[in-house]
Design a protein around this ligand. Structure first.
Ligand code: HSE
Length: 435
């Protein structure tokens, strides 16, 4: 069979990895696919890198010049971002070319438009590398779990944040110190906002939510809260109580609607997800027939991400001749069956909560707090005075049972009005991951 030609937009970390995987595993890939995959063109300003990594490829410097080439069957978009990448991807699809992309932001924000055009043009847009790097979670959700109604997904899907939280817990370091270390090690970007404020995880859980529940991609509905305000003592108190704090992306089907959120979360330390450390990623899926399954691996990095990119290239090569009715749908469900569902606002979700309250160490404070929680019908699971910070102040940690978020916020507002409470209340959501 004749070789498949691919054109790569961007030869950075993942692009370089893709060239290396295609070269180092060329024989193995050919054994699996029955044909050769050849990089015919690369769009980059670094011609020297092309010479080193894929010398047979033509070098162009404008994306248009790559997506218009007759000798490109599949366009691999590895630019990231949504300006140049969006135009290039839409143009490639418009030209009838299949697309592989690692661009979670592009798909979370413009996926509906991109998939609609792809269906119209009868081409495939594959994106395994966009979520959790080397973990094949897109294929799992779209194909491996196709017999199930998926109930919930909870994932550690930002390696940078997980590295920071792990170091804060293991070394007792502050957020600012560990962030600097992550930047020095090259994990976090110079502007780390996307990683630490939950945007990157939000893009990924938004894509998984659409695949799980058969809805359009709905990033606007995703609640985002990052880790930048977490204090080391909350990590320490959580640990003393048998919990770890992780930045989780969560999506869940409930009777009232779909939950879609990213925030720091207390997890019981006995849970596998609580023990995923450093830059590693893991995704837990709960589905009605199979029950709980867990997927673990590298969420970023040149070769793990390239592994996902090349797997997509191989998948497309295998089915590019098939008519669209016989392909795996982009969003897992037939396009006509992708349905708008109600997404819950963060105030409508149900969770249990960790509260830390700083107050004057005087009689009656705890009683007041308990009364205000009871007024919102919130039941307390544990309540401990953690430390006397000085002669006059005490710090209390309260774990609640499940309640609707707007009730806990109402209770917190009332607690902060108690004259003896001396600082804003810290609130962190908890997940038991039971079913
Ligand atoms: N910056 C991401 C992370 C990897 O830290 O996990 C790419 O999505």
């Amino acid at each position: 069979m004749k070789a498949v030609n691919i054109g790569i937009l961007g030869l950075g970390t993942v692009g370089g990895g893709t060239a290396k995987v295609l070269q180092d595993n060329a024989e193995e890939i050919k054994r699996r696919l029955g044909r050769e995959v050849r990089i015919s063109a690369v769009c980059t300003r670094n011609a020297v890198r092309v010479k080193q990594l894929c010398p047979q490829a033509v070098v162009v410097t404008e994306p248009t010049d790559l997506v218009n080439r007759d000798d490109v069957d599949i366009v691999v978009e590895l630019y990231g971002g949504t300006s140049v990448a969006k135009d290039a991807v839409l143009q490639a699809i418009g030209n009838g070319k299949h697309v592989v992309t690692a661009n979670k932001k592009l798909l979370a924000e413009y996926g509906n438009e991109i998939f609609a055009l792809a269906e119209q043009k009868n081409v495939m847009v594959y994106f395994e590398a966009a979520v959790a790097g080397g973990i094949p979670i897109i294929k799992t959700l779209r194909e491996g779990l196709a017999a199930n109604q998926i109930q919930s997904i909870a994932g550690i899907i930002n390696g940078t944040s997980n590295f920071i939280l792990t170091e804060m817990r293991e070394k007792g370091a502050t957020f600012a110190d560990v962030l600097k270390q992550a930047q020095d090690l090259g994990y976090a970007e110079a502007d780390p906002t996307f990683d630490i404020e939950g945007h990157d995880a939000g893009h990924k859980i938004t894509i998984m939510s659409a695949l799980a529940f058969g809805t359009p991609v709905n990033f606007d509905a995703c609640y985002l809260e990052g880790i930048s305000k977490l204090e080391s003592r909350d990590i320490k108190y959580a640990e003393e109580l048998g919990y770890r704090i992780k930045l989780l992306g969560i999506t869940r089907r409930t009777e009232k609607g779909i939950e879609l959120r990213v925030h720091p979360t207390l997890l019981p330390e006995s849970r596998l997800l609580a023990n995923v450390n450093g830059v590693m990623n893991a995704v837990r899926v709960n589905a009605d027939m199979v029950g709980e399954t867990l997927y673990y691996g590298a969420g970023a990095g040149s070769l793990p991400t390239a592994s996902a990119v090349v797997a997509d290239i191989i998948d497309i090569c295998r089915i590019m001749g098939a008519d669209s009715d016989n392909r795996v749908p982009h969003l897992a469900f037939q396009p006509s069956q992708v349905k708008e569902l109600h997404f819950l606002s963060i105030d409508e979700i149900t969770s249990s909560y960790y509260l830390r309250v700083q107050a004057l160490d005087q009689a009656g404070v705890l009683g007041n707090i308990a009364t205000l929680l009871a007024q919102q019908n919130i039941s307390i699971e544990a309540l401990i005075q953690k430390s006397v910070m000085d002669d006059q102040h005490a710090e209390m940690v309260i774990l609640t049972h499940h309640t609707v978020e707007k009730n806990i916020k109402q209770a917190i507002r009332a607690i902060e009005q108690i004259p003896m409470v001396t600082a804003p209340v810290t609130m962190i959501r908890m997940e038991s991951l039971n079913g």
